[in-house]
Ligand binder design. Structure first.
Ligand code: NAD
Length: 483
């Protein structure tokens, strides 16, 4: 794929302007990506509005569900192309793309295609003081035209996490993937086209958020915005949509803690924290960046985590046993490196990493970075407060349970936390006291698509997952009948 175009009103259309898609493994250009303009966004919105009342709007739930299963089949039938595209855009490891990113893309469609069949309204029988009766029942209608804005870290997975429930609920969608990772969204548009999703139901708008984001979110024909990305972008979008009071769903950044109690299974805890810190080169919103370890096991924990970090194989995405590839872009590499530099200048002890690996080949032009473990900074230091979004964690000791709960909660973010303990009572006692939307105990990133997913504070507004997604993408209408 050397040219990626927008998909509007059932057709792939050329744009006036294109920008470069860069491979983060070696810094080489791999494709031209279209940048949509106001006219194209107007056309996509008009097509989506028209589709709401056309064939799509008239379809039964069973027909809609069957079509969405075909989308999942279509992704699976072209799984090798999806894998290739995701790897070219992100440089992430073959193992991760094969086991997480692409299968989850298909699973998102299956989950919500099935779930919509069990969606139901509420009923209440009302009895008034004067002895009259009424029956209330609610029906769930689609919200309308949904702008889906997705990030680059799990491109297909996170885009479909929104597109699938939005379509299952009968909405029409305009997807704007990240400019860093447009390829799997482009393939998804082809699949939508090939399986016969009616014209205008799914539209793909490509381009850089800073140039076209406001055109989409502020469009009068867009009824709701669902966004996953940085908290600062979320704040911008919130201001942009305020005048029209559109529903918004926000999955934003995190500065997630892991807490390792003295009664944890140390081997499992170290392996778990290594996984939660370094997966996807630290570029998962759920990744751990702050680790609190009970003082009695602190030294052994640090020693073992260092070993884990140093055993990670970094390299070409398709090389056997490679766990992590590069960061997504030069720009992001510079950002993460600036935090590495800041940490050193502030006197942090670098346990391992802290720089860029050297390969003496084309990969030195890429965006690789070393898995890094540091310690010695205060909880209030920006390194422990700002989301870095790279393969780095800061480890510090703690002495008692209440202290570590307070310290874990000392963050403007509130997305996820992992607790490591073999003490069941402690797990139940501590978990609800952490101010986040997701707590894992003795595991991390173990997902059930039916469970609530989302954050508090700067980490977002609302929940996705299961019926929580279905509720966001539909408008309940109460009908009251006097009997
Ligand atoms: P980003 O905010 O830079 O970009 C996300 C999307 O927003 C992209 O499609 C981008 O083009 C678009 N965008 C940028 N400016 C816009 C504007 N003014 N109006 C509308 N759209 C605009 O985020 P990113 O760098 O792509 O992703 C990384 C961030 O996403 C991290 O902060 C990470 O924690 C967060 N994230 C959160 C979750 C979650 O579920 N909470 C999941 C994944 C990533």
């Amino acid at each position: 794929m050397d040219k990626l175009d927008c998909y509007i009103a059932g057709q792939f259309v050329s744009s006036r302007c294109y920008f470069d898609n860069i491979n983060p493994v070696n810094g080489e250009k791999i494709a031209d990506i279209a940048e949509a303009d106001q006219d194209q966004i107007d056309q996509a919105v008009a097509a989506a509005r028209q589709a709401l009342t056309g064939e799509w709007g008239k379809m039964s739930v069973n027909q809609r569900s069957a079509l969405l299963h075909k989308v999942a089949d279509g992704i699976e039938a072209r799984i090798d192309e999806f894998i290739e595209a995701e790897i070219s855009d992100t440089g992430k490891s073959m193992h991760q793309v094969q086991t997480i990113d692409i299968p989850r893309g298909a699973a998102n469609f299956r989950t919500f295609a099935d779930m919509v069949k069990f969606d139901h309204g509420e009923t209440f029988v009302t009895e008034t003081a004067t002895g009259e009766k009424a029956i209330n029942y609610s029906v769930n209608k689609p919200l309308g035209v949904i702008a889906v804005i997705s990030p680059w870290n799990l491109p297909l997975l996170l885009a479909t996490w929104k597109v699938a429930p939005a379509l299952a609920c009968g909405n029409c969608v305009i997807l704007k993937p990240s400019e860093e990772t447009s390829s799997t969204a482009f393939l998804l548009a082809q699949v939508m086209h090939d399986v016969g999703i009616p014209t205008g139901v799914f539209n793909l708008i490509l381009g850089r958020g800073k140039n076209i984001g406001d055109m989409l979110t502020q469009h009068a024909g867009v009824d709701a915005v669902t966004f996953t990305g940085a908290s600062a972008t979320g704040q911008h979008i919130m201001r942009a949509v305020a005048p029209s009071v559109k529903p918004i769903s926000f999955e934003l950044g995190g500065k997630n803690a892991a807490i390792v109690f003295e009664d944890a299974d140390l081997n499992k805890a170290v392996a778990g924290v290594a996984r939660s810190t370094f997966t996807n080169c630290g570029q998962v919103c759920l990744c751990t960046e702050r680790v609190f370890v009970h003082r009695s096991i602190y030294t052994s924990f640090i020693e073992q985590l260092k070993q884990h970090a140093e055993n990670i194989k970094i390299g070409y995405p398709k090389e056997p046993n490679v766990l992590i590839g590069p960061l997504v872009s030069k720009h992001h590499q510079q950002k993460v490196l600036s935090y590495y530099q800041q940490a050193k200048e502030k006197g942090a002890e670098v346990i391992t990493g802290g720089g860029v690996p050297r390969f003496d080949d084309e990969r030195d032009n890429g965006c690789f970075i070393e898995p890094t473990v540091i310690c010695g900074l205060s909880d209030d230091d920006p390194i422990n407060q700002e989301e870095i979004f790279g393969p780095i964690c800061h480890v510090s000791p703690f002495d008692d349970e209440q202290e570590v709960i307070t310290r874990a909660n000392n963050s403007r973010y509130g997305l996820a936390c992992a607790i490591w303990t073999e003490n069941l009572s402690r797990a139940h006692r501590v978990a609800p006291q952490i101010d986040v939307g997701l707590v894992w105990v003795n595991t991390w990133f173990l997902r059930d698509l039916r469970t609530p997913f989302g954050g508090v504070k700067l980490s977002g507004i609302g929940r996705e997952g299961g019926m929580h997604s279905m509720r966001f993408y539909s408008e309940p209408v109460n009908i009251c009948i006097k009997v």
